[in-house]
Design a protein around this ligand. Structure first.
Ligand SMILES: [Zn+2]
Length: 245
């Protein structure tokens, strides 16, 4: 652990990080990319006496480098902090990577492999996987997630993901995206294990009257008529449509 001259630790407390994410709209204040670092801007860390969320910005590694090397001015970040990119466009974005192999979807207790439409709801694909347009290019994964009230929180379009800034919290750590709809209320934990797998580790999602609840190796689906399916350790392989609701 490193401390500055005022005895302030480099480690920013979790609740301060969350306030910074919320203010910045969950992505780089300058360009809106969703893989970010926390940077003390004004004052800089060496001069900071506290971890003030108003003084810390989310920056993607590239924008961070431009500022640290002084390729770009500090004024550029301060301007962006007043009007963060994600707050302007409404989402933070980044890309998944599914090179060479047809990605599998692990959806709670269900593993869907080699399925172009792993899950379909009311006749429409909830997730769709297309082969590469050119050989050697990535497979193209699309889909969406909603929260427990049916509000869309994450959209994936041909591998580009967009996490909407009106969520309560979006946190990207390593390979995992966690979205909360209130304090300590997680409705999505999505982990990618490239190039092969998309893993829905936790989910509480409502879509068209259907509720999907996933937790580890368990999936519960409640239909609008109240009928419940509970699935664990299920595999669908080589189906045009894996599961249809
Ligand atoms: Zn950036």
């Amino acid at each position: 652990m490193t401390y500055n001259a005022y005895g302030l630790s480099r480690d920013i407390p979790a609740d301060v990080k969350r306030l910074v994410r919320q203010r910045c709209g969950f992505g780089c204040v300058i360009c809106g990319l969703g893989i970010v670092q926390y940077e003390h801007v004004d004052p800089e860390f060496k001069d900071a006496k506290i971890h003030d969320p108003e003084a810390i910005a989310l920056l993607c590694p590239q924008c961070h480098a431009k500022i640290t090397t002084r390729m770009w001015s500090k004024a550029r970040v301060k301007l962006a902090m007043r009007s963060p990119k994600c707050r302007q466009v409404g989402y933070a974005r980044e890309f998944f990577d599914f090179v060479e192999v047809h990605p599998a979807l692990r959806f709670g207790g269900v593993l869907l492999t080699n399925c172009p439409t792993p899950i379909q709801v009311s006749g429409h694909p909830l997730f769709r996987i297309r082969p590469p347009e050119t050989e050697g290019e990535p497979f193209l994964f699309s889909g969406l997630f909603t929260d427990s009230n049916g509000e869309v929180s994450l959209v994936i379009e041909d591998n580009e993901w967009k996490a909407f800034s009106n969520s309560w919290d979006v946190e990207v750590k390593g390979q995992t995206i966690t979205i909360r709809e209130a304090h300590k209320v997680v409705h999505l934990v999505l982990r990618v294990d490239p190039p092969k797998t998309v893993i829905v580790e936790k989910l509480n999602m409502s879509l068209g009257g259907i509720r999907f609840e996933a937790n580890g190796d368990f999936l519960k689906v409640t239909q609008p008529n109240g009928s419940i399916s509970e699935l664990t350790s299920c595999i669908f392989d080589n189906c045009l449509v894996g599961m249809a609701f």
